[in-house]
Design a protein around this ligand. Structure first.
Ligand SMILES: [Zn+2]
Ligand SMILES: [Zn+2]
Length: 247
């Protein structure tokens, strides 16, 4: 299965990349993880007429500002947006005039599926759990084509992140902070925290994304992480925009 990192910045776009968005191509579906500004690149990679599922972690703008770009695409099999309870009401406020074109004016059908915490078949299996963040934020564990993908962005260290990532083929998680940094008032992960979650949950591969744009000013700063943690986790990938990952 192929993953494509379309946006790996946290907070805002810079020369290092766009805000959070990841594309996963499965046999029957395209999965999009968050709708940061990197979402504008979807049509470089979505070439087949498969249904598209867009998972929203939460509504901070670095995860949903790209929603206003969706109307440039044509998804003949439709788009389903998956999010926490209340997603419909929030998107009714955000994706409308005077901000942008509403979904009902798109060239393809858009549906919204709200999930409670727990396990759902939508039709593939998805487990959703609340993470630790300043706004309600969901992490997801997606089981598809015999693979497990855990997506946990915008979180402090928490049991739910470890639960979602158990035995995952890939854990995609955030790295807002530099090594040694913590901020109890605004919980996020530093590289060691992310590795701890991956190790505790026996994730096979760890992909770091959501590098805070104000903290990681260059891509070189991201790659310094490898020196810090490579002895604690071998299968670590530093996320950069447009990178392809095969699981
Ligand atoms: Zn964020
Ligand atoms: Zn956030």
């Amino acid at each position: 299965m192929e993953l494509r990192l379309l946006g790996t910045n946290g907070w805002y776009d810079t020369k290092t990349g766009n805000t959070t968005c990841i594309l996963v191509e499965s046999k029957e579906y395209y999965l999009v993880l968050d709708a940061g500004n990197g979402i504008y690149k979807l049509d470089r990679y979505i070439k087949k007429p498969k249904p598209v599922y867009l998972f929203l972690s939460h509504f901070h703008l670095d995860h949903c500002a790209g929603l206003h770009i969706l109307n440039k695409f044509h998804f003949p099999e439709g788009l389903t947006i998956v999010g926490q309870e209340g997603t419909t009401a929030i998107l009714d406020t955000l994706v409308r005039q005077p901000f942008t074109i509403p979904f009902y004016d798109y060239s393809y059908p858009v549906a919204i599926t709200e999930l409670a915490e727990g396990v759902h078949d939508i039709p593939f299996r998805v487990e959703a759990r609340k993470l630790v963040h300043s706004s309600d934020c969901f992490g997801y564990r997606i089981e598809i084509d015999g693979k497990i993908i855990a997506f946990c962005t915008d979180t402090g260290i928490c049991n739910n992140a470890m639960l979602l990532a158990r035995d995952a083929d890939v854990l995609i998680t955030e790295c807002s902070l530099k090594p040694g940094q913590t901020n109890p008032l605004w919980p996020h992960l530093n590289p060691d925290d992310a590795v701890s979650i991956a190790r505790h949950s026996d994730a096979k591969k760890l992909v770091l994304i959501h590098f805070d744009a104000n903290t990681y000013r260059t891509l070189d700063e991201r790659f310094l992480i490898l020196d810090e943690v490579e002895d604690r986790f071998q299968n670590l990938i530093i996320g950069v925009d447009d990178k392809k990952i095969v699981i």
